[in-house]
Design a protein around this ligand. Structure first.
Ligand code: GLA
Length: 750
C-alpha cells in the first residue's frame, strides 16, 4: 500500500513485510524509517535526533537524506553527483511534486521487476500496488530527479531517472540507485550494537563465498570495475543486526538489477547511523546529460527481513523467480541436459556428439548441449570468436544436420556461443579491427586470447543480433549457453567523442540488453542460460533475459556446496546450473562418488558434464536412476521454497563446517539434503533442525527410496518435531564426501 500525505509531506509504503517512510523537511526528502511494518506514518518526533549541534556540521551533513548530493554539505559518499557547464559541482535538490502510477512500469532499456506476476507462477502473489514517484529538482542547475518506489511481493523496488531541464549540459558523476540510512539501534534487550556486513566474495571457480565481517567504522566498498558484475563480488550487500542468523534477527539488504560495473558501500557515519548505497560505479561511469535528456539508473531492490537470512533469501528468490525473468521458461521445469565441455573440451565433432547423445538418451537425458569448439577454426582458445559458422571438418552435416540426428536420438539440441567476443585471429577481426573495445595508442589487452566487441556501437549490436538470429534459424536449436569469458580493459569506443568515453561501459550494457532483448524475444521457446567463465555474471540483470546461469566452472561436489550455498543468499535454485562431472574432478582433482555429485547437482538445474561412456556399469545405472529421481523432484527444487540449514562457511566449530544441509519445501513435499564433507572417527550422529514448516503438519518419509535409513520408516513426524528435535544425519558407510536426500510427504492425520 502506498499512502501519500502531501499536506504533511509524508509518504508511507507498507506491506506485510516492511514500512518505508519518507518525510519532507525544508524541501529536503528525508528517509525516516525502513523496517518492520508500523502504522504511524508521522515520525516527525524523530527530527530532533537530526539537529546540528556544531558549526562544523553543515545543515545537511547529519540528516538522513533520501538522496544525498555532492557539494551540498553532505560529506559522505553521494548518491548523486553532477557538474554543471560552469564547473560547479553543487547540487541542491528540493521536493517539487509526487504522483502515484497505477502500475509499475518497465525501465526503458534496462531489466527491472514487474509488479503483477509475469505469469501466474509463484505460490504467494501480492496484488499490484502501483508506483510512487517523487520529483525533486535543483532550481539553479535545472537537474531534476524522479525517484520511483514500488512494492513487489514484499520487497521494495527503487529506481531514479535524472532529467536535464536546463539549456546547458550537465555531467553526472555519481548515480546510485538506492541508499539506506539506518540508525544503529541495538535490538530490544541487547546492549550490543555489533552489526555485521554480509557480501558474496570469490574468484573464478570459487564464486560467491559468504563473507560476514563486523561493520566497523571505516567505509567498506564492494564493487566491480570489470564491465561485468564479476566473480569477485556480487551486486548485493546485507546488514545483519547483532545475533541475526539464518532464522532470526533483522536483516537489511540491497541488490542491484544490473550486469556491469557497480559499487555498494557501507559506512557508519559520525552520528552513529549506517549509510548503505548501491548503484553504478562512479569510477567507471559518468554521463553527459544534454539539455532535455533523461538518464535512467538501474533498479535496486531493498529487502527487510526480521526472521533472518533465510527470510531475506525467500523474498529475493520469490521476486527473482516470479517477477523478473520474461522467459516462458522462468516458471517451467528445466530439461535434464548433458554438456560435452568436460568430456571433450575443444576436441568435438559430430561423431563424438552422437556417441554422447545415444548413451544420454538411454538414461533419460532430455537435452544435449554442444559447447565451445564447433565453429570457424576453433581447435583451441586462440582463434575464431566472431566467425560463427560451422567448422566443416568437425560438423560435415552442419548444425542443422547434427541437430536433426540428435533429435532423432530422442534429445533436444543446444549450443554454446560467446557472441560478445572477438579473437584477433578471426575473419571478423580482419574485416573490422575497430569493432573491439580499445584505446588509441595502447596495447589491446587480451584475456584468454580474445578482445571484447564494442557493444556500445549499434553496428556491432546489429551484427550480433543478425548472427544469433541466423544461427537460431539455421537448425532446430532448443537451448543456448551464452558465454562471456573475460572482463573489460581499455573501455574506450572508437565511435565515441572524448567527453563521452566514460559512458562506454554503461553504453555497452545498454547495447547488450538491447541485443538480449531482441534475440530472446525473437525465440521465445528457446531456453537461454547465461555464463561468464561459470558464475562471473550471475546477477539479476542477466536473469531478466535468461532464467538460468551456469553457476561456476568448478564442478567439484564439495566446492559446489559452498558455491551453491553462497549463491542461494540472493538467487533461487531455479537460476543455478549444476552438473555431475567426472571423478577425479577436473578443477580440484578430488574423487567423489556419483551419489555425492548427483545429490549436490539436484540442488540446481541438473545436468551431466562428462563422458557417460567412461562410467562404470554401476555408475551409469546410478546416473539413470538419478535422472528419474530428478524428474520426480524438479517441481519441488525449482518451485519450492529453499532454506539453508547448515553452512559450509565460517563455522563456529568443526561439526558445523563439516556438515552442510538445505531443504526444499512446498505445500505437499519436503526434500532434506544433507552432506558430510569428511568422515569422522568414532562418529557421533549429529542432528539437523529443519525450518519454516507448519508445526502441526504431519510428514512421512518416502519409503520407496532404497537408501532411506531404517529409523525413518513406518512413522510420521510433525513439523514441530522436524524443526525442534531435528533429523539424525545418517550416512551410508564410513568415508569422506557423503550425502543423503530424504523426501518427506505431507500426510493427513489418520
Ligand atoms: C567457459 C565456460 C565453460 C565452457 C568454456 C568453453 O569457461 O564457463 O563452461 O563453456 O568457457 O570455452
Amino acid at each position: 500500500m502506498i499512502n501519500a500525505d502531501p499536506k504533511r509531506g509524508i509518504f508511507h509504503l507498507t506491506c506485510e513485510e516492511f514500512s518505508y517512510i519518507l518525510q519532507i523537511k525544508d524541501g529536503r526528502l528525508l528517509q525516516l524509517y525502513f523496517g518492520a511494518p508500523i502504522a504511524d506514518a508521522d515520525l516527525s518526533y524523530l527530527l530532533p535526533c537530526f539537529a546540528s549541534g556544531s558549526s562544523f556540521n553543515q545543515p545537511v551533513h547529519h540528516l538522513p537524506l533520501e538522496l544525498p548530493t555532492l557539494g551540498s554539505g553532505w560529506y559522505g559518499e553521494p548518491a548523486l553527483g553532477a557538474i554543471g557547464s560552469d564547473g560547479n559541482n553543487v547540487t541542491e535538490l528540493r521536493y517539487q511534486d509526487y504522483k502515484i502510477l497505477p502500475h509499475k512500469e518497465d525501465l526503458p532499456g534496462l531489466p527491472s521487476l514487474s509488479q503483477p506476476p509475469t505469469a501466474m507462477r509463484g505460490q504467494n502473489e501480492t496484488k499490484d500496488d502501483g508506483t510512487l514517484q517523487i520529483l525533486l529538482k535543483d532550481e539553479l542547475t535545472g537537474l531534476a530527479a524522479v525517484l520511483s518506489y514500488s512494492i513487489v511481493s514484499g520487497t521494495l523496488a527503487r529506481s531514479m531517472e535524472l532529467i536535464n531541464t536546463s539549456d546547458a549540459p550537465i555531467k553526472l558523476t555519481h548515480m546510485a540507485s538506492a541508499t539506506l540510512t539506518l540508525p544503529l539501534l541495538p535490538p530490544a534487550g541487547s546492549g550490543d550494537s555489533d552489526y555485521s556486513l554480509i557480501h558474496l566474495q570469490g574468484n573464478w571457480a570459487r564464486e560467491r563465498r559468504v563473507v560476514r565481517t563486523p561493520l566497523g567504522r571505516a567505509e567498506t566498498k564492494i564493487e566491480s570495475q570489470r564491465g561485468a558484475s564479476g566473480h569477485e563480488e556480487n551486486p548485493f550487500l546485507a546488514l545483519a543486526a547483532p545475533g541475526a542468523d539464518e532464522n532470526s534477527g533483522d536483516i537489511y539488504a540491497l541488490s542491484l538489477i544490473y550486469s556491469g560495473s557497480f559499487q555498494a558501500s557501507a559506512q557508519v557515519r559520525d552520528f552513529d547511523n549506517v549509510y548503505l548505497s548501491i548503484g553504478l560505479n562512479p569510477l567507471t561511469h559518468n554521463w553527459l546529460l544534454e539539455s532535455g535528456e533523461h538518464f535512467v539508473c538501474p533498479e535496486a531492490v531493498l529487502v527487510y527481513a526480521n526472521r533472518g537470512l533465510n527470510q531475506m533469501s525467500h523474498l529475493f528468490h520469490r521476486i527473482y523467480r516470479d517477477h523478473l525473468c520474461r522467459s516462458k521458461w522462468a516458471g517451467m521445469e528445466r530439461p535434464v541436459l548433458i554438456n560435452n565441455w568436460e568430456a571433450t573440451y575443444f576436441d568435438i565433432n559430430e561423431e563424438k556428439v552422437m556417441a554422447l547423445a545415444k548413451t544420454a538418451a538411454k538414461i533419460g537425458v532430455e537435452l544435449l548441449v554442444m559447447d565451445d569448439g564447433w565453429f570457424g577454426n576453433r581447435f583451441d582458445d586462440h582463434r575464431s570468436l566472431g566467425d560463427w559458422y560451422e567448422n566443416p571438418i568437425k560438423l560435415p552435416h552442419g548444425l542443422a544436420g547434427l541437430a536433426k540426428k540428435v533429435n532423432q536420438a530422442g534429445l533436444k539440441f543446444g549450443l554454446w556461443v560467446e557472441p560478445e567476443m572477438i579473437s584477433p585471429d578471426s575473419d571478423l577481426y580482419r574485416a573490422h579491427p575497430d569493432w573491439c573495445l580499445h584505446a588509441p595508442g595502447r596495447t589491446r589487452t587480451e584475456g584468454r586470447n580474445q578482445l571484447i566487441l564494442d557493444l556500445s556501437r549499434e553496428d556491432v549490436q546489429d551484427f550480433i543480433i543478425h548472427t544469433m538470429k541466423h544461427i537460431l534459424n539455421s537448425a532446430n536449436i532448443a537451448y543456448i549457453k551464452w558465454d562471456m569469458n573475460r572482463n573489460m580493459t581499455e573501455s574506450f569506443s572508437a565511435l565515441q567523442t572524448p567527453e563521452r568515453q566514460m559512458e562506454t561501459q554503461h553504453r555497452y550494457m545498454l547495447g547488450l540488453y538491447r541485443v538480449l532483448d531482441e534475440v530472446t524475444s525473437a525465440f521465445p521457446d528457446v531456453l537461454f542460460e547465461s555464463c561468464s567463465g561459470g558464475g562471473g555474471r550471475f546477477d539479476a540483470g542477466m536473469l531478466y533475459y535468461m532464467p538460468q546461469t551456469w553457476t561456476s566452472d568448478d564442478t567439484d561436489a564439495v566446492e559446489r556446496l559452498k558455491i551453491q550455498y553462497g549463491t542461494s543468499l540472493v538467487y533461487p535454485a531455479s537460476a543455478m546450473g549444476a552438473h555431475v562431472s567426472a571423478s577425479p574432478n577436473h578443477q580440484v582433482g578430488r574423487k567423489t562418488d556419483i551419489s555425492m555429485r548427483a545429490d549436490v547437482a539436484i540442488g540446481g538445474n541438473f545436468g551431466f558434464e562428462l563422458d557417460l561412456d567412461k562410467l562404470s556399469r554401476e555408475d551409469l545405472a546410478a546416473a539413470r536412476d538419478y535422472v528419474a529421481k530428478v524428474k520426480k523432484l524438479r517441481h519441488l527444487t525449482s518451485q519450492g521454497t529453499f532454506s539453508r540449514l547448515l553452512s559450509p562457511f565460517d563455522a563456529p566449530n568443526y561439526r558445523a563446517a563439516n556438515y552442510v544441509a538445505w531443504q526444499f519445501a512446498d505445500q505437499q513435499d519436503l526434500l532434506l539434503c544433507i552432506y558430510r564433507v569428511l568422515s569422522e572417527p568414532n562418529p557421533f550422529i549429529h542432528r539437523v533442525r529443519l525450518t519454516d514448516l507448519d508445526p502441526n503438519a504431519l510428514y512421512q518419509a518416502d519409503e520407496t527410496d532404497p537408501s532411506l535409513p531404517a529409523c525413518f520408516k513406518g512413522r510420521t513426524f510433525t513439523g514441530a518435531a522436524l524443526m525442534q528435535v531435528g533429523v539424525p544425519m545418517i550416512f551410508k558407510g564410513q568415508q569422506d564426501f557423503c550425502s543423503q536426500l530424504i523426501l518427506f510427504h505431507r500426510v493427513k492425520e489418520k
